[in-house]
Ligand binder design. Structure first.
Ligand SMILES: NC(=O)C1=CN([C@@H]2O[C@H](COP(=O)(O)OP(=O)(O)OC[C@H]3O[C@@H](n4cnc5c(N)ncnc54)[C@H](O)[C@@H]3O)[C@@H](O)[C@H]2O)[C@@H](O)CC1
Ligand SMILES: [K+]
Length: 224
């Protein structure tokens, strides 16, 4: 579902400000925004790629929280879903921890990346969803994120990035040595300014803006 009015491209900080205003001034709980984001993204994935198994990669922040949310909605749509998570639910915080615990309680298969998994072995899937890192991270990738992105890029699957392809700076379009290469990027609330830069499209693929359900009044405040 499209937003009216559509928002112009924004920096990561601007989109984070929309989230904050929605939560503080409009009293929308963050978990509601995440639920909207995840449900909208799941519907988009199911429309674009209606067949096949789905592997969702979940990082430790709210981008990962979106991934856990999407898993539940895709399972409801009858899809075979597996999650590979960078950390167990009890090591996550806030809304991401809530969504991870819901996914766990829902019986969705969740594999936690183990230190011994070197290089990381990802389960085979027809579709891969990158919920590793979003607006809270800037390249270069630290820790095991780079290895997981490399494994995902090596897989033969339809690749979806959530919000920003992991490894790309959403403000500048710059990419680190390792960056998720998406066929489709499902970006939340507004397109990110970095997507218009240099050869960012090689990493974003086709960009789709997903509404997170902030009110029209707030959208108008942030529209050009
Ligand atoms: N209410 C909200 O705030 C909403 C947030 N949403 C999602 O939340 C995302 C932002 O979430 P967060 O602020 O939690 O941030 P992220 O999930 O983007 O990343 C946070 C994590 O990344 C790690 N990190 C940072 N830089 C790194 C690097 N270079 N290499 C490896 N790890 C690194 C941090 O230690 C932290 O664990 C958005 O992109 C969007 O996907 C959506 O759910 C919509 C609503
Ligand atoms: K991502």
């Amino acid at each position: 579902m499209n937003q009216v009015p559509p928002l112009p491209p924004m920096t990561c900080d601007q989109v984070r400000e929309i989230d904050q205003v929605a939560m503080k001034q409009f009293q929308i709980p963050g978990i509601v925004l995440m639920e909207n984001a995840g449900r909208g993204a799941a519907e988009c994935i199911d429309q674009i790629a209606p067949d096949g198994s789905v592997l969702i990669l979940c990082g430790k922040g709210n981008n990962g929280g979106d991934g856990f949310t999407i898993a539940r909605h895709l399972q409801l749509a009858g899809r075979e879903v597996t999650i590979v998570a960078m950390a167990p639910a009890d090591e996550l915080h806030g809304d991401a921890a809530i969504q991870a615990k819901i996914a766990e309680a829902s019986g969705i298969e969740i594999q936690i990346l183990q230190e011994s998994d070197e290089p990381p072995q990802l389960p085979a899937a027809d579709i891969i969803v990158d919920g590793l890192l979003g607006t809270g991270a800037k390249p270069p990738l630290r820790g095991r994120y780079a290895e997981v992105v490399e494994a995902a890029n090596a897989a033969s699957a339809i690749q979806f990035a959530l919000d920003i392809p992991t490894g790309m700076n959403g403000d500048t379009g710059e990419t680190g040595a390792t960056t998720f290469v998406a066929d489709h990027t499902l970006t939340f609330a507004a397109p990110k300014v970095g997507f218009e830069k240099r050869d960012a499209v090689r990493f974003t693929g086709e960009v789709h803006v997903i509404s997170i359900g902030v009110p029209l009044k707030l959208l108008r405040q942030f529209s050009a």
